[in-house]
Design a protein around this ligand. Structure first.
Ligand code: GDD
Length: 304
């Protein structure tokens, strides 16, 4: 099976490439710059012509559409750009696949953030009607709608809604690499004043490896036209994640809330019900503790 991965130079791309190759697939990475690594074809998904040319050239059996603006804060800073990348980008990809007129599955990577205000205090399944609370969630929901509409034109498309996933390669724009980077700036045994945002938010964290394994499983077992939550099904406060990280770090920490890190609108709790994914035969194989250890190691090696 030949798989085209968009956004291959981002955080998840290299993990997905390894997982697909381990499953015997040939992987071609699409991205913005060849020097990013893992990029075989340069094309911007907001450029419909370039995207169509890339898909026509590769003739993939499947496309995993990872490319997107993945930070909630960055999307709020520039909503128009966020829509161009996350929503118009999805449109370019599905149109490119249809235009290629050859059998090809599309796995559109959305986000658990689409549930927004519909998120209660416990795990939500895919029947819950999304109600995005921020620009990021809205752009991801728009991408889903665009992609699913194309199933009526014969597109074999599925939607993945991953919840928070962490591991090496994620940038300090996100919460745990940010905390790990601050810890790594002082030696083990030292004291750190750690700047944080809202520690009371509850999120569903997984090791990135478990999430990419779910994408691989969806490509072979997922049902066309369906939406799948991907996550652990377990809610953890950011504070409890910080404690796990600090315990592994061997540093003494004083926490200081930085108002710039607080979000104007925050979903208090976001947890996925992942029974539908489990019914495909999925089970997690990594712990969040191991992901935290890998993030810390990466940040420490950079700080040396
Ligand atoms: N970034 C950041 N920095 N977040 C902080 C901080 C901080 O210093 N302190 C607390 N937080 C809180 C945020 O307010 C949020 O509730 C939580 O930590 C996680 O924030 P992020 O790591 O920035 O991720 P996210 O939840 O906004 O989005 C991630 O998960 C989505 C799926 O649920 C991203 O990976 C998205 O791309 C993904 O779709």
């Amino acid at each position: 099976m030949r798989v085209l991965v968009t956004g291959a130079g981002g955080f998840v791309g290299p993990h997905l490439r390894r997982a697909l190759q381990a499953a015997g697939a040939e992987v071609l990475g699409l991205g913005l710059h060849l020097h990013e690594g893992g990029i075989d074809i340069v094309a911007d998904v907001t450029d419909a012509t370039a995207t169509a040319a890339a898909v026509a050239k590769v003739k993939p059996d499947a496309v995993v559409h990872l490319a997107g603006l993945s930070s909630v804060a960055e999307c709020s800073k520039d909503p128009m750009r966020a829509f161009q990348i996350n929503a118009s980008g999805a449109l370019s990809v599905v149109q490119a696949v249809l235009a290629a007129k050859s059998p090809c599955r599309v796995l559109l990577v959305s986000s658990g953030e689409v549930y927004g205000a519909a998120a209660g205090t416990g795990p939500m399944n895919e029947q819950v009607l999304p109600d995005p609370m921020n620009v990021y969630g809205a752009t991801k929901r728009a991408g889903e709608i665009i992609a699913l509409q194309h199933r009526h034109q014969g597109l074999d498309v599925m939607i993945a809604r991953p919840f928070n996933h962490i591991g090496p390669g994620q940038t300090p724009t996100f919460v745990l690499p940010s905390f790990a980077q601050q810890l790594a700036a002082v030696h083990r045994g030292g004291k750190v004043t750690l700047e944080v945002g809202n520690l009371s938010a509850v999120r569903d964290f997984s090791h990135v490896q478990d999430i990419v394994d779910s994408y691989v499983l969806m490509l072979s077992k997922g049902k066309a036209g369906e939406i799948y939550n991907l996550g652990s099904g377990v809610g953890r406060t950011i504070e409890s994640m910080l404690q796990l990280l600090v315990a592994q770090s061997g540093r003494e920490v004083t926490v200081k809330v930085d108002p710039k890190r607080l979000r104007p609108v925050e979903i208090p709790t976001l947890i996925g019900d992942v029974q539908k994914l489990k019914a495909l035969g999925w089970a997690p194989s990594r712990t969040v503790e191991s992901a935290l250890g890998e993030i810390l190691e990466e940040m420490e090696s950079r700080a040396r």
